[in-house]
Design a protein around this ligand. Structure first.
Ligand SMILES: NC(=O)c1ccc[n+]([C@@H]2O[C@H](COP(=O)([O-])OP(=O)(O)OC[C@H]3O[C@@H](n4cnc5c(N)ncnc54)[C@H](OP(=O)(O)O)[C@@H]3O)[C@@H](O)[C@H]2O)c1
Length: 248
């Protein structure tokens, strides 16, 4: 189905975000691509443009309120009022609570939770204006890890549990204005760089899991988002889990 949405996807430089942005653009959305690495955003934007789509590169850091406010001004100027926001940027560090470095905790919460807060605050005025006349979505990519108990995943799990809770709360706050709010909780997904910063032995373990399960390819998450945003305006899918069939 072809859409004329105006979208912003955070974490669009790689993995799930790049796949979602590419899929939305293929459906006709004008898509703003936000992440820190300009060169990687330009690569994704180039692929979208080659396929005939419209993409705007928005280099920004979701942990910086100032950077996100500047990003919102650029998107407003170039694309107008956003009607589809996908908060997807995230990081994963596996550190024990007791003996791990405190700054790993702060960094995880800063990107995964405060990043969602910063970006949502910055784009909410535009979403509200859009919702008065057209279909408007706010989608947060959280994680199944927010529902699971895993040693060494306290920071990541807590940040994602908080994102899921914030998302449910935002739905309670914004649904009456016509903004659809969706919490997406992926399980193990393949085709991303999320494990890139993990120690080599943990990466090998994750790679093994991805092959054995097998993990869900990023394009399936993108398909799910494309489905969510093309429902009739009065239909909201508040919470979705997508995971490998063999993942417990
Ligand atoms: N892969 C999985 O199995 C899985 C499972 C459940 C949930 N998730 C969630 O899915 C989301 C996407 O992750 P992914 O798996 O696709 O990993 P990924 O390939 O590493 O993508 C993460 C994206 O976030 C961006 N990012 C990181 N820090 C940022 C910051 N401070 N400001 C702006 N952008 C930032 C990165 O780009 P830059 O480095 O250029 O900024 C990158 O584009 C995350 O929220 C993750 O927690 C993933």
């Amino acid at each position: 189905m072809s859409t004329s949405r105006i979208a912003l996807v955070t974490g669009a430089a790689s993995g799930i975000g790049a796949a979602i942005a590419t899929r939305l653009a293929a459906d006709g959305a004008a898509v703003a691509l936000l992440a820190r690495r300009r060169d990687r955003l330009e690569k994704v934007a180039g692929q979208i443009a080659e396929a005939g789509g419209t993409a705007l590169v928005v280099p920004a850091d979701v942990t910086s309120e100032e950077s996100v406010v500047e990003a919102a001004a650029l998107v407003q100027d170039r694309l107008g009022d956003l009607d589809l926001l996908v908060n997807n940027a995230g990081v994963m560090q596996l550190v024990p609570f007791a003996d791990g470095p405190a700054d790993a905790w702060r960094r995880t919460v800063d990107v995964n939770l405060n990043g969602v807060v910063n970006v949502t605050h910055a784009f909410l005025p535009a979403l509200r204006r859009s919702a008065s006349t057209r279909t408007t979505d706010l989608i947060n990519v959280s994680s199944l890890a927010g529902q699971r108990i895993n040693a060494a995943m306290s920071a990541y799990g807590a940040s994602k549990a908080a994102v899921s809770h914030l998302t449910r709360t935002l739905r309670a706050e914004l649904s009456a204005e016509g903004i659809r709010v969706t919490d997406v909780q992926p399980g193990l997904i393949d085709g991303t760089e999320l494990a890139a910063d993990l120690p080599a032995e943990v990466q090998t373990m994750v790679d093994g899991l991805r092959t054995d399960l097998p993990a869900v390819p990023v394009r399936e998450v993108a398909e799910l988002i494309a489905y969510v945003v093309t429902r009739p305006r009065w239909v909201n899918l508040p919470s979705l889990v997508i995971q490998p069939t063999k993942e417990a």
